[in-house]
Design a protein around this ligand. Sequence first.
Ligand code: GDP
Ligand code: MG
Length: 817
Amino acid sequence: MTEQSSCNGNCIGCALHKGEDPNKKKTLRDLKISQSAIIKEVGGTGSLRQHFLDMGVIPEAQVTLIKYAPLGDPAEYMIHGYELTLRNKDAEQILIGEPYFAEEAESENLHAHTHREDSEKELLTESEHPGFGEGGKYHAKGDGEALPKGTVLTFALAGNQNSGKTTLFNQLTGSNQHVGNFPGVTVDRKSGGIKDHAQTEVTDLPGIYSLSPYSEEEVVSRQFILHEHPKGIINIVDATNIERNLYLTMQLMELEVPICLALNMMDEVRANGGTIDVNKMEDLLGIPVVPISAAKNEGIHELVHHAIHVASYQEKPGRTDFCSSDKNGGAVHRCLHSIMHLIEDHAKAAQIPVRFAASKLAEGDKLVEDALHLSQNEKETIEHIILQMEEERGLDRAAAIADMRFSFIFDLCRQCVVKPKESKEHKFSQKIDKVLTGKWTAIPLFILIMGLVFYLTFSVIGGGLQGLLEMGIGALQSLVDTAMTAGHVSPVIHSLVIEGIFSGVGSVLSFIPIIVVLFLFLSLLEDTGYMARVAFVMDKLLRKIGLSGKSIVPMLIGFGCTVPGVMATRTLASERDRKMTIILTPFMSCSAKLPIYGFFAQAFFPKIAWLIMVIMYIIGILTGIVVALISKKTAFRGEAVPFVMELPNYRLPGIINVLHLMWDKTKDFLKRAFTVILIATIVIWFLRTFNFHFSMVSDSSQSMLSVIAGFLAPLFKPLGFGDWRIVTALITGFMAKESVVSTVTVLFGSVGALLSAYSPLTVFALLTFCLLYTPCVAAVVSIRRELGWKWSSGIVVGQCLVAYAVSGIVALIGLLL
Ligand code: GDP
Ligand code: MG
């Protein structure tokens, strides 16, 4: 406070503030690195603003600027003891008080209001540390009614991202789980019975921070709890970051479903000398609280015990009211209670718990308002009540409600949580981040890490395994072949099995090692917390094409194989980003196209084969960028998801989680290989083997496929390769890209024949076409699973058109040269 203190702020352009508008309010953008300030006002609108508030960016909170991403945007802030990313544009919407450096403030004793829990640290040091499983004494109520015997106890597992939900879910269910979708959306829905407890089922809800109606995940979660009526909720809370995690807890409690709180990561809290008075917390919340460590499998047994207890006796939370009548003049309290009175009947009719409905109405939640079917008169009265509350409280509705929840949480934490000064894990994470998100090191290291992942996947581990598997399939194929020949099986069946099923499904199956290994690395990167950093580092670049940082990963995987790339888009938070990323991923030239480039480039451009390959990759990326820019302006208008994201501490991923993920993805892929892909293979085999009189042909130039190809060939005349043989190759390439090469070799007979038939320019246009035209069957099937038939067929047609246009441009440029 040396410089600032020499100006009282009333200056009109004093030496300090020259060129600066003295009335301009300070925003988060005015913070310097490691400077702190108190938030005064949270601007913005709609989902972005609600997101700010839900993440704890509320008036009166203290924020510190940690660093900017290497490209200068977004920035990383510390708030309520955790790290949060905000884009600069968004940070400008948050008004702050005078910035200060924490050390100065401490020495000058300036921070009257920094952290509410600081003042009363001593309060708890005497308290005994509760051990794992010592909680859950909170069953004294006994007013619940036991459910009839034999009722299936269904649970919703809810919690923030990175709270250890997946780890807990795997501990609870073991290998007994199945994956599906929530109705109508592509959000994974995993369920499974609890180990050793028949008649139970846990459903893993998406990782969410709040029950606001803005993100698909949040809507899905609350629909699930409201409409599918689970008998209980298991709410997992990261105890190292308890304030922000409890924010969701309070909204879950308002739903009046029996709930049991799992305080996870207690091993870390304990190791750092922190304490949580579990019994006190149970009293204050009126629900059982069980300290656990999901990763170390501690306390899980007790958790299950208490969860089953609350569910089978239908013990509702002992408290749903978190507003206090004497806080801030009780404005929020009065407002919520008046609304509750007013809507009681409507809420009952709509089967929405009245307290939840009231607080959501007060926040301005349109979905709840519609579901309640209020009369115009009631709507106006409620609006009036809320306006009055805003006036009295001096905060707008959303901020007032968020503040109400956080005040309760701070009060609660003051009474039962002693936070360690700074955890080892956090210190360690900050050290790693100096390098991994450092200004000069972040991007090179990112390239290095991804390079290593690719190298290991495609050439060492995955590639090796793929070779082995191909050999295995080949051996099996020749075994079956010999057996069939010896057994005089009809030639049709023989051909179907050997040329249809084995070569089609076989070539698709050989993807499996690559998928498994790629997902091994991906889950390592995701679970350690590195992916969140990647998104932070790359966000600025991707924003330029209308996406957010997280989309970089699926697209990068697309260079390996489109299938796992598309599958990896599941980690993206918004539907819009997911769709757009899926559309762009196939433009990233996958490794199956390499043999095509290799073959043609060797034949036609032997001196500069490598350059041709590089150019292909570049054309793919550029086309992707152009498509992105166009769709940003048309089909995908609007902003990428707000980048208000937590940067969790680096943690070692659990081996069980990793294995589960790999198994899930493999199963998923196997299922597809044996359904849709099998059918597609048989269709292509059929077209290639029969003529229109349905008799088998020995020469494929007589087959239906060649007739169809001949029919399509004139279409490709303008591009220079209107030849049925090439078109046949392209059609078989739809099965698996690499088969373009084998088909061409078979149909042309020799490379010499090919060389005499085409000019290098035409081949270049052909390569461009191969690069960009429809993704292979396996990829299309993956896309269909994420986006449905309409989108996947749209993508097939769209890409063929793009391919046609781009290779047309290539041909045209060639003519002009
Ligand atoms: P999710 O995002 O909520 O599904 O969280 P995950 O289950 O993927 O866990 C995130 C990270 O925290 C992983 O690296 C886990 O290994 C780790 N983790 C989960 N539970 C615990 C725990 O109780 N203690 C510790 N130390 N780490 C944990
Ligand atoms: Mg998870």
